[in-house]
Design a protein. Structure first.
Ligand SMILES: Nc1ncnc2c1ncn2[C@@H]1O[C@H](COP(=O)(O)OP(=O)(O)OP(=O)(O)O)[C@@H](O)[C@H]1O
Ligand SMILES: Nc1ncnc2c1ncn2[C@@H]1O[C@H](COP(=O)(O)OP(=O)(O)O)[C@@H](O)[C@H]1O
Ligand SMILES: [Mg+2]
Ligand SMILES: [Mg+2]
Lengths: 271, 241, 715
């Protein structure tokens, strides 16, 4: 079977359009199945350069699964196509994708629990090849400035020498974000509920930091249930419901969209 | 409105490796009331709850649950048998067990009313046979809450109740918490980042900041006086700046 | 269902079905070759199955691979035999609690009743009950004295403790009942019956039925009863179960008793068929581990069925080896099942753990001290002391030092792969063996110079290690531990026992004396320092250089980026992959480095011993190595050094023997006891324990200091 039979015509159009646009990351017809359950159903969306894209949806809608699939953690369950800077990267292994600049955080923290916060960042800060590993082994490495910068940026300086299991939930979340931020060649960041566990003031501060990073040129996709954060800092928002992309728009549009209110926001969510 | 005293914390100092992260805390919860324990991230809220269920050693002071001193770590399972239900911050689910099996563990003996859990969280119905480890974050949170509710506790402690829940869900959840206190006469100690929502359903509130109790009082008064509340919240941080 | 299987799984299933069909056809055509072995295999199959479900009980109850399980079976069987044959009940588990002291001191302190007489010979049923009660008591003691104190300890500490139980009970059996084989009175009738024309002892069918019933019972218990569910909960996360009000401790106790009684029952039921020797069940335990592994250490039914299959396949292969000459005689019969199991694990495994997989097991801190001037001086003093001991001390100390230094290198190999990357490897001694045999062959048969032979031998060790490491890319945790155990077994069975580059010639192997450019530096060669008695200091000095180099290299590894990434893999494979760590490459490089160290240790052993056989490199050697390495401290170089001193016939033992006591025939017994005690009291290894003590002292001083200057500390 040749490849063009596999791709729907609308998708083909989509690919062409994407090639023209400035999407850093785009998915086309991404689908994830777990046995009988379709967790992500034909999702095509894009994250444009220098924008903060939000992804919202009720619990179990498939947001985390979407991120898992994009970052290569579900090779046996997913199909479709993922374009990073216009290149097909679907099927690449997670570490390879990270080298290409696709970095993520985890809803479930997944920190390196038995090393310090600084080492958590250190590990992610530079990619290791056979050559660099040997070089580093025989000639002790320099301190990574990038790591200090990020620690500073996220206010983690005080706890840099502590171990993650000794921190409170919010602090751990920030360490996760820091770990994604330090990557050498980050093209796009996928943040999965980065603000969970932060208090209101901290969430605001965190939103401002995100905005600031985006204005410096970062591209991000943020999943969060804190509407204060999502509606205030995102440029564009998509909503997933039962695995399907049901609504997209700017924050103002989404805030008043009846579907979004019914499926997700409820009454006070906008507040 | 309030009834018997369920939880009394007096002059509590608790922490890790000899360093107190909660200092001189006084707090109580009576039956039939909802008490919000709020405060910035890292304030010591989780530590407080862990002390009540016997998982963190008390350094000084006393914690009394239903007129009994809190058990030491060795006998920590007794606290649950006295009627304390604690939803920890990391949810305390057994990932290798299915949703149903997790719910069955709500009580150590007697029948567990699984249907009741499903009434509270209809979203769990199709997930009943799935391994808890496979659930999404929010689904896990629902399961943890459902398990705590069907345990029919006298004292319910929920850490970060809305963590990872979609707005529609936690909005509906707050009245549920109120109902547990009103109908079943349970005492509820709630840790929550959505201050307004939490205080709306609470009778009283305590604000913890950097391990110190910086404010306490009637929930409605605290809500009315937002400026004071925010100041107490920022307390230590504004000092730093 | 079918749709969910991956391609490899489908190929495997089709292959199995084809084999089954071929076998049925064979059985119809030639009953004697293809059907009789099945009936004969039922006996050993039943033991393997029953031990396997006991292992699953222990694993479900506390996440432990219980190496002591077989020893419990043996001990209880001997109790039963003693009761039935001469009506004497041996007071458990000691021959006499004072015996070690008496034996060492050479005096009779007190006449302890080691046997209780209960008439001439006891009927079978009461004897069975008393023996099972003993088993229950053993289970209780194991729980209260060992596993309860270890409940928050890393799982590996518990595994080490179970190894201690194995050594201890086995030694107790030998001391008390002698090493001779014994047969027990059968409980079940054993008149033969005829099935499809083949005659088979009836008891086998009874045992088959018993195992089936027990399996079904356990399945129901763990699946549906709240007790069973709570037990699983407690094994997964004791704290969470406690928060829900379950006394995980109690459940674990009940399960230990259950596992122990089950072990005893198996022993008593099957020993009439097979006879029993002190290590009979422990050897079979390896097969049972394979069966339990196929059931992912959690399915009773799969474990039981797989156990029976292993017994049957073994008999079938035995028969075929006899009848078909073209089957090469290279230990296939013992190795093949494990290779198949390892393959099955690889096929079913995943390259990264999936969502909600069990969290990786916690290991002791991989502490890396900053190099300060004080430390450098301390190391210098250490090396100088070691130098003095290897060259000038009396010969037994020199010998101890040599053994210890080799032990350090072997322990370092585990520090890298288990301590840093978290992959439990139970094949290290097999890798050491490969290179030991290889270097002997290269030097003596191929007459290569040492400068070529040693690198080649070490390279072969690394090669074997890398091949055996492939399963680690798709399995982890306890499964990987068992797969590596199987690999070690396969290497030993296929290569060591028969002639070849990696095997014996005429029952032994000789490496001779190491020499470069005609300068000999073996343990028997002349050396210009010291008293000139064997072992001379030359080999020791050489070892000292090698050990120092290895220690420094591993320390640097820990502090390098590669080491950091290794720790990341150990902590969380998924997160490591997302952070750009190539998990597979890291694992393989760790296995390569570790095999290198193990292989290096192997060549050193070869020259140290001069002449050796295969037992130095068997699976029990690997298990013991892991135990010592863990007790020393599995994740630090300091721990490896500590482990080296503890090593069998190492300097620590020599010093104990010389200065304090000589335990003589009680060595294994005392070693088992101390293994358990050390595991219980230093559950993160001696090295970590000491560091913690120092830290606590520091914290206490710090607090005192703070009390005096409170204003500064709290700001
Ligand atoms: N490996 C798996 N096997 C079976 N079902 C799975 C698996 N992984 C996820 N699911 C299911 O897929 C659905 C989507 O999960 P996902 O984690 O993507 O939700 P989410 O949108 O991130 O929700 P939340 O906001 O609660 O985190 C859930 O119902 C979950 O139970
Ligand atoms: N296991 C631990 N060991 C040492 N310190 C800890 C541990 N757990 C929490 N802490 C510290 O205690 C403080 C309070 O934490 P926590 O009770 O989790 O805060 P909260 O729940 O209010 O966000 C934090 O500063 C945190 O770093
Ligand atoms: Mg999610
Ligand atoms: Mg908390």
């Amino acid at each position: 079977m040749s490849w063009f039979v596999l791709i729907k015509r609308s998708d083909l159009l989509c690919v062409w359009r994407l090639a023209m646009s400035d999407a850093v990351l785009a998915t086309v017809g991404l689908k994830v199945r777990f046995g009988g359950l379709v967790a992500v159903d034909d999702v095509s969306l894009e994250c444009r350069r220098g924008r903060l894209t939000g992804l919202i949806g009720p619990n179990g809608a498939g947001k985390t699964t979407f991120i898992d699939a994009v970052t290569g953690f579900l090779p046996n369950n997913s199909k479709g196509s993922v374009l990073l800077e216009g290149e097909e990267v679907f099927g690449c292994s997670p570490h390879r994708l990270s080298h290409y600049g696709l970095t993520r955080t985890w809803q479930t923290l997944e920190l390196f629990d038995d090393v310090t916060v600084r080492s958590n960042l250190d590990i992610a800060s530079r990619r290791l090849t056979v050559g660099s590993a040997l070089l580093d082994y025989f000639r002790p490495r320099q301190r990574a400035e990038r790591v200090d910068e990020v620690l500073e940026l996220l206010n983690l300086g005080d706890i840099a020498e502590r171990q993650p299991r000794e921190l409170s939930q919010g602090q751990r979340k920030l360490v996760g974000v820091g770990r994604a931020l330090v990557a050498e060649s980050s093209n796009i960041l996928l943040l999965d509920e980065p603000a969970a566990g932060l208090d209101k003031a901290e969430t605001e501060w965190f939103g401002a930091q995100l905005r600031c990073l985006v204005d410096q040129g970062y591209t991000m996709l943020v999943v969060d249930h804190d509407m204060g954060l999502v509606l205030n800092v995102c440029d564009f928002i998509h909503m997933l419901v039962f695995g399907q992309l049901t609504a997209s728009g700017t924050p103002d549009v989404m805030r008043n969209n009846a579907d979004v209110i019914a499926a997700y926001l409820g009454h006070s969510g906008t507040g | 409105m309030t009834g018997e005293r369920l939880l009394t914390i007096e002059c509590l100092h608790a922490g890790y490796d000899g360093v107190a992260v909660v200092r001189n805390l006084n707090l109580h919860v009576d039956s039939g009331e909802v008490v919000a324990l709020i405060g910035p991230n890292g304030a010591g809220k989780t530590t407080t709850l862990m002390t009540v269920s016997g998982m963190v050693q008390i350094m000084s002071g006393s914690v009394t649950v239903m007129d009994r001193l809190v058990p030491r770590l060795r006998q920590a399972h007794r606290a649950a048998r006295w009627g304390v239900s604690h939803v920890p911050e990391n949810r305390g689910l057994l990932f290798q067990l299915t949703v149903r099996e997790n719910l069955l563990l709500a009580k150590t003996r007697g029948r567990v009313n699984i249907d009741r859990a499903m009434d509270f969280f209809p979203a769990l119905v199709p997930l009943i046979g799935r391994r808890a480890g496979l659930l999404s974050g929010g689904e896990q949170q629902m399961l943890a809450l459902a398990r705590a509710i069907v345990a029919e506790p006298k004292l319910l402690m929920v850490d970060e109740m809305s963590l990872g829940l979609a707005p529609v869900i936690y909005e509906e959840l707050m009245p549920v918490v109120r109902r547990i206190a009103d109908d079943a006469g349970a005492g509820v100690l709630l840790v929550e980042q959505h201050v307004d929502l939490a205080l709306e359903v609470s009778d009283r509130g305590y604000v913890l900041n950097h391990g110190d109790l910086v404010m306490q009082g009637d929930a409605s008064e605290m809500l009315a006086d937002r400026a004071v509340l925010d100041a107490s919240y920022l307390g230590a941080k504004s000092l730093e700046d | 269902m079918i749709a969910r299987l991956s391609l490899a799984e489908r190929v495997g299933a089709v292959g199995l079905a084809a084999l089954a069909l071929a076998w049925i056809a064979g059985a119809l055509l030639n009953r004697e070759t293809f059907f009789d072995p099945v009936l004969f295999g039922l006996g050993s199959g039943a033991i393997i199955a029953a031990l396997a479900i006991g292992l699953v009980v222990a694993f479900r109850a506390s996440g432990v691979i219980n190496f002591g399980h077989g020893a419990v079976a043996t001990y209880v069987t001997y109790v039963y035999v003693s009761l039935v044959s001469d009506g004497r009940y041996p007071v458990p588990p000691l021959p006499n609690p004072l015996a070690p002291i008496e034996g060492i001191a050479g005096i009779e302190i007190f006449d302890f009743p080691t046997f209780i007489n209960m008439g001439d010979s006891m009927p079978r049923i009461p004897a069975l009950l008393i023996a099972l009660a003993t088993a229950a008591a053993l289970g209780l003691v194991a729980h209260f004295a060992i596993f309860r104190p270890l409940r928050y300890a890393p799982v590996l500490a518990k595994v080490i403790a179970s190894l201690g139980i194995m050594l201890f009970l086995q030694a107790a059996v030998v001391l008390r009942f002698g090493a001779r084989a014994k047969a027990a009175e059968p409980i079940f009738p054993n008149e033969p019956v005829e099935i499809f024309g083949a005659r088979v002892g009836q008891d086998r069918l009874w045992i088959l039925g018993t195992v089936a019933v027990i399996t079904a019972g356990l399945w129901l218990l763990f699946r549906y009863s709240r007790f069973g569910i709570a037990t699983r909960a407690g094994a997964e996360n004791e704290r969470f179960a406690t928060l829900l009000g379950f006394n995980a401790d109690f459940a674990a106790g009940v399960n230990w008793v259950m596992a122990s009684v089950l072990a005893g029952l198996v022993g008593i039921l099957v020993s009439p068929i097979t006879g029993v020797t002190p290590n009979f069940f422990t050897v079979l335990l390896i097969s049972s581990l394979g069966a339990a592994l196929l059931g992912r250490m959690s399915s009773f039914v799969i474990a039981a069925v797989a156990g029976f299959m292993l017994g049957i396949v073994d008999q079938q292969l035995f028969r075929l080896e006899l009848e078909w000459d073209w089957i090469p005689d290279i230990g296939i019969r013992r190795a093949l099942p494990f290779v198949v199991i390892a393959l099955a694990m690889v096929i079913r495994g995943e390259s990264l753990p999936s969502r909600g997989a069990l969290t990786v097991e916690r290991l002791p801190d991989a502490h890396s001290p900053r190099i300060t001037r004080g430390r450098v001086i301390a190391y210098g003093v250490l090396i100088a002391g070691a130098f003095w001991l290897t060259v000038f001390a009396p010969f037994q100390y020199r010998n101890g030092m040599q053994n210890s230094m080799i032990g350090i290198i072997l322990a370092l190999s585990l520090v890298v792969v288990t301590g840093y990357v978290g992959q439990i490897s139970l094949m290290q001694m097999a890798l050491a063996g490969v290179s030991a045999f290889a270097v002997a062959s290269f030097v003596n048969q191929a007459e290569m110079t040492l400068l070529v032979a040693v690198p080649l031998a070490v390279a072969s060790g690394v090669g074997f290690g890398l091949i055996a490491a492939i399963p680690s890319l798709r399995t982890r945790g306890a499964s990987l531990a068992i797969v590596t155990l199987a690999s070690g077994l396969a290497i030993a069975e296929i290569f060591f026992a028969r002639p070849g580059w990696f095997g014996l010639d005429r029952g032994i192997k000789t490496a001779g004396t190491p020499a470069i450019f005609g300068v000999e530096f073996g343990p028997n060669s002349k050396f210009f320092l010291g008293d000139g008695k064997v072992p001379t200091g030359g080999y020791g000095v050489f070892l000292l250089f090698v050990v120092a180099a290895c220690c420094i290299s591993v320390m640097r590894l820990r502090r390098s980026r590669l080491g950091e990434q290794m720790l990341a893999v150990r902590a969380n494979e998924r997160a490591a992959a997302a952070a750009g760590v190539n998990v597979a490459a890291i694992k393989l490089s760790a296995f390569a480095i570790s095999s290198f160290l193990a292989a290096l240790g192997g060549t050193l052993i070869a020259f140290d011993l001069g002449t050796f056989g295969g037992d130095s490199f068997g699976i029990f050697a690997s298990l013991t190595l892991l135990a010592f390495a863990y007790l020393g401290g599995i994740s630090t170089v300091g721990g490896a050094i500590t482990a080296g001193t503890l090593f069998s016939e190492g300097i620590g033992i020599v010093v104990t023997n010389e200065w304090f006591i000589d335990v003589g025939p009680y060595t294994a017994y005392v070693a088992g006891f101390f293994l358990i005690a050390t595991a219980v009291y230093n559950n993160e290894g001696i090295d970590g324990f000491q560091r913690k003590q120092v830290q606590q002292l520091g914290a206490r001083l710090n607090r005192l200091w703070r009390l005096r200057a409170p204003t500064k500390a709290d700001a």
